[in-house]
Design a protein around this ligand. Structure first.
Ligand code: NAD
Length: 480
């Protein structure tokens, strides 16, 4: 595979860009070189998307036709799942089983099939007479050229989450994957052509933050959709203000996992450990803050520590592996920095807190449980993005809600209890975009995913995501 820039339906060399190295996080060795797109490259991609939008080769074809083509793209993704999953595992260090089989790629296939279906139901909802002598109708139109900027934690799945609703809405796209993990998104570009999506409708450019910045600044881009950190979201929103672009921001998280005394310790241990280590904790919805009702702290904490100790850490292609390395040396330093500073503040490391034995190569870090922390410490307040969970206690429902809500983020939360009334009261009081009862992590294509507060706004997945890529036009007809 020759990784170049995918512009206007073909591979293009850079004009003025440079070369970036892509590494395998299990060894730190280079596995590929890709282009770091220049400002001129970004402009070429935007111009291709602009031509494709305004001549209507995608935006003006019948929704049924768009739907058929998106469905074909899902089929092609499914057919090529093995090859893509292999590269995704090499590039991210994720267990292969979690990317292939029942993991990221089958979910991405399902997401695209959902958007293929939903593409046929994106019309406006009103027509009528709201002033004597006039008929009004609402049209739902595609926003135009959209810039989509993805993170490194689920590279191909995030690409599908972005491309699916934008295509269903009739937009054209310039997509920039994260600098360290562009390989599967570039491979996916060829499938987009094979599916029959016209040239220029989807352009994929590899590049770093400057390429992202150029996309956000570009006057012909009508909307930016970012999945990334809250810091990047704030920068993008400021930059987008100059051209008054729409922004769609899926940002960081710091999910509480609230456990009442009637919950089963076995269930809590199984769900909390998996939700803390899934994707090595590099998941915006990861369980990061365990709050346990005071009377049960000891038993729940012990159960969670045992489950975290039993997590199988290893190489992506080993059987039964549940957790791989962190994405990079910088990320491991960041995670270790949070844990070391919490320790220095007086926290107790119940398990983990270092590099697992036998993993001196690559960027591995142990599943880690920390107690003895205070609500205002950075380990409780900030996104660590590693396999690290803190444990604190609460006294009653009000205390659980207040501690759960007491962070800047608002992406996802969970409550463990058998009392349905309590579960309903708490799910209504928590300021998070998703609240699970007696589980933590599952998402579906039909249900909206997105944040409250500084976790951003706009939705991925669901019909609501398509709505974010559309704009309402009012057409008013004088009857006389
Ligand atoms: P990041 O913010 O560092 O980078 C995300 C993307 O933004 C990259 O492609 C990067 O090149 C680009 N970028 C950075 N600065 C930019 C700028 N000034 N202008 C334009 N583009 C710019 O995030 P990351 O480290 O790749 O990903 C991890 C973050 O993503 C975490 O905070 C995580 O919580 C978040 N995330 C959120 C969701 C969600 O659905 N809410 C899902 C996955 C990840």
């Amino acid at each position: 595979m020759n990784y170049k820039l995918w512009i206007d339906g073909k591979w293009e060399d850079t004009k003025g860009g440079s070369i970036m190295s892509v590494e395998d996080p299990t060894t730190g060795k280079e596995i590929a070189e890709v282009i770091d797109a220049s400002r001129e490259d970004v402009d070429r991609a935007v111009q291709a998307a602009k031509r494709a939008f305004y001549d209507g080769r995608w935006s003006k074809i019948a929704p049924g036709e768009r739907s058929k083509i998106i469905w074909k793209l899902a089929d092609l993704l499914e057919t090529n799942a093995e090859a893509l999953a292999k590269v995704e595992s090499e590039n991210t260090g994720k267990p292969y089983a979690f990317v292939s089989l029942g993991g990221d790629i089958p979910f991405a296939v399902d997401n695209l099939r959902f958007f293929a279906g939903a593409a046929r139901d994106t019309h406006g909802s009103h027509a009528g007479e709201f002033m004597p002598g006039y008929t009004s109708m609402y049209r739902r139109e595609p926003v135009g050229v959209v810039g989509q900027i993805a993170p490194w934690n689920y590279p191909l799945m995030m690409a599908a989450w972005k491309i699916g609703p934008a295509l269903a809405a009739g937009c054209t796209i310039v997509l920039k994957p994260a600098p360290g993990t562009p390989l599967t998104t570039l491979m996916f570009a060829e499938l987009i052509k094979q599916a029959g999506i016209p040239d220029g409708v989807v352009n994929v450019i590899s590049g770093g933050n400057d390429a992202g910045q150029a996309l956000v600044e570009h006057p012909d881009v009508r909307m930016i959709s970012l999945t990334g950190s809250t810091g990047t979201g704030k920068k993008i929103m400021k930059t987008a203000a100059d051209t008054l672009k729409r922004v769609h921001l899926e940002l960081g998280g710091k999910a509480p996992f609230i456990v009442f005394d009637d919950a089963s310790p076995e269930l809590v241990a199984a769900k909390a450990s998996l939700a803390a280590i899934m994707n090595t904790g590099q998941d915006c919805t990861a369980a990061t803050r365990l709050y346990v009702e005071k009377s049960k702290v000891k038993v729940m904490q012990e159960a969670v520590v045992e489950a975290m100790k039993a997590i199988k850490v290893g190489l992506p292609f080993e059987d039964g592996v549940q957790m791989g390395p962190l994405i990079s040396g910088i990320q491991r330093e960041r995670v270790a920095g949070f844990v070391d500073r919490a320790k220095a503040q007086g926290a107790k490391i119940l398990t983990g807190g270092g590099v697992p034995k036998g993993f001196d190569k690559g960027y591995y870090y142990e599943p880690t449980v920390i107690s003895g922390v205070q609500q205002d410490w950075e380990i409780v307040q900030q996104e660590v993005f590693g396999p690290v969970v803190t444990v604190q206690e609460f006294t009653d429902e009000m205390d659980a809600i207040s501690k759960g809500n007491d962070v800047l983020y608002g992406l996802a939360a969970s409550v463990f209890t058998n009392d349905i009334g309590r579960a309903m009261r708490i799910s209504s009081a928590l300021e998070f975009g998703t609240v699970w009862i007696n589980d933590h992590l599952p998402l579906t294509s039909e249900t909206p995913h997105g944040g409250f507060k500084q976790s951003g706004f706009g939705k991925d997945l669901s019909a609501e995501a398509i709505g974010d890529y559309q704009i309402t036009k009012h057409v008013m007809i004088a009857q006389g």
